[in-house]
Design a protein around this ligand. Structure first.
Ligand SMILES: Cc1cc2nc3c(=O)[nH]c(=O)nc-3n(C[C@H](O)[C@H](O)[C@H](O)COP(=O)(O)OP(=O)(O)OC[C@H]3O[C@@H](n4cnc5c(N)ncnc54)[C@H](O)[C@@H]3O)c2cc1C
Length: 410
């Protein structure tokens, strides 16, 4: 069997790894624009100078050779011809496949703000090349602005904290990390960044980029009426899936990205998908899981994605650990909320309805995260838990009745 995997990151690398495990004799080709196998989640460590390129790798030395992968790197797939089962590469080569896994991920989205796309001194943080450029050029900057306070924006900010520059964060939403955190948990981080000297604007949009005679960013006009100095702008306002090469192929996409089902199957039976290319749930563990599922199904072993929780993020900005699961705020008043808060950096919140947990935040002391994961994994109806939900410990999980019913009442 001739397998091709496009993309050498969370999804692609796990794809080739599991295909090799399941089919020791297969021909496996990996094609990627990336020339290194590195974790995007720790690019800020490169900015900070605490990791070099080698230390960003997430595979063991010799991974490619050991798994007998034919890696075509530094080249992009420009087109796919599903009828001929051929990929056309940027260097003109044609690569044929029996089955292909598309794991091309996503790219920085530059929103339609006046002058943003044309201005010099504007960067995204998605690839190693971006991090290399930012690290090199930020040294000469004076006023650095990060636009967008999601995970990528806060990573960028963290990576630049020690450069001795004026740092400003501008966010459209009311608080930092609004997908992962509620206002309370976000405030802990916001205060910590304030203590580090970062100026922050929330409920504020960048409306216009003002450039100098050379076309370089000079100032930003904000929706709160302020115009701020900026000679280095990092845009972290979201991503768009890399699906341009699918145009005209007939392989179905929607406005978010590539469509694939819980088996990783796309609209073409020889083409599978995994990771950020879907434009949904753009987090590392989801990409890994989807790739493992797709690889199994490519190799004829039926496996279905039955994730116990759609979105899970862990972070540790400024040494304050936080785990967030699902929704950070109750969607409406029919949901119940349990909170434990020491008023400082230890905060726990669970959002539930009819006994089912829909969201949780644990900040500071993460020891409860194991218990929480068990509650979700064991599908425990928390409305039947008689003690405080936050006082449950591991010993409670051994209280199983003869017919394997779970009980806390013994
Ligand atoms: C700065 C930053 C911080 C992050 N922090 C976190 C975090 O803390 N936690 C978390 O869970 N997630 C985090 N993420 C998100 C996480 O990195 C992504 O969800 C994950 O990388 C998705 O993996 P992927 O394999 O689907 O795609 P990507 O990582 O985007 O990789 C795509 C691959 O495809 C290749 N490629 C693209 N187009 C083509 C083409 N046409 N032809 C050939 N090759 C192509 C690329 O070179 C690359 O190898 C972060 C992302 C960034 C950028």
């Amino acid at each position: 069997m001739n397998y091709v995997v496009v993309g050498a990151s969370a999804a692609g690398i796990n794809g080739v790894k599991y295909i090799r495990e399941m089919d020791p004799d297969a021909n496996i080709t990996l094609i990627s624009k990336d020339e290194y196998i590195y974790s995007r989640c720790i690019l800020h460590h490169y900015l900070e100078g605490i990791r070099d390129i080698k230390a960003l790798e997430f595979v063991e030395d010799g991974f490619i050779e050991k798994n007998q992968i034919n890696w075509i790197k530094g080249v992009s797939v420009e087109k796919i011809e599903p009828k001929q089962k051929v990929l056309i590469l940027s260097d003109g080569r044609e690569v044929s496949y029996d089955k292909v896994l598309l794991a091309t991920g996503a790219s920085t989205f530059f929103p339609p703000v006046k002058n943003l796309k044309e201005a010099k001194g504007v960067y995204g943080l998605r690839n190693l090349d971006d991090a290399i450029e930012i690290k090199e050029k930020a040294k000469d900057a004076k006023n650095i602005v990060v636009m967008g306070a999601g995970l990528v924006g806060i990573d960028a900010l963290t990576g630049l904290l020690h450069y001795g520059k004026n740092l400003t964060l501008v966010e459209f939403k009311g608080h930092m990390l609004s997908i992962q955190l509620d206002k309370r948990a976000a405030k802990t981080y916001q205060d910590a960044f304030t203590n580090e000297g970062v100026t922050q604007y929330y409920d504020t949009a960048v409306q216009e980029v003002i450039v100098d005679e050379a076309g370089a960013v000079q100032e930003l006009v904000l929706s709160n009426g302020l115009t701020i100095e900026c000679d280095f702008l990092i845009v972290a306002t979201g991503v768009r899936s890399n699906v341009a090469f699918l145009e005209g192929s007939g392989i179905e996409c929607d406005r978010f990205g590539l469509l694939f089902d819980e088996y990783g199957r796309t609209s073409d039976e020889s083409v599978f998908g995994a990771g950020d290319i879907s434009g949904r749930n753009p987090i590392w563990p989801a990409a890994v899981k989807e790739a493992i599922i797709a690889a199994a199904n490519m190799c004829g072993k039926k496996r279905e994605l039955t994730d116990f929780f759609a979105s899970k993020s862990t972070m540790n900005f400024l040494h304050i650990p936080t785990m967030s699961l699902g929704t950070p705020d109750a969607p409406d008043e029919t949901y119940q909320i349990e909170i434990q808060d020491d008023g400082y950096q230890n905060y726990k919140k669970i959002i539930h309805k009819d006994g089912v947990i829909y969201g949780a935040i644990i900040q500071g002391d993460l020891s409860y995260s194991g218990v929480l994961t068990q509650l979700i994994r064991e599908k425990i109806n928390i409305s039947q838990v008689e003690k405080s939900i936050f006082n449950i410990d591991y010993s409670d999980f051994f209280h199983l009745t003869d017919n394997c019913q779970f009980t806390y009442n013994d």
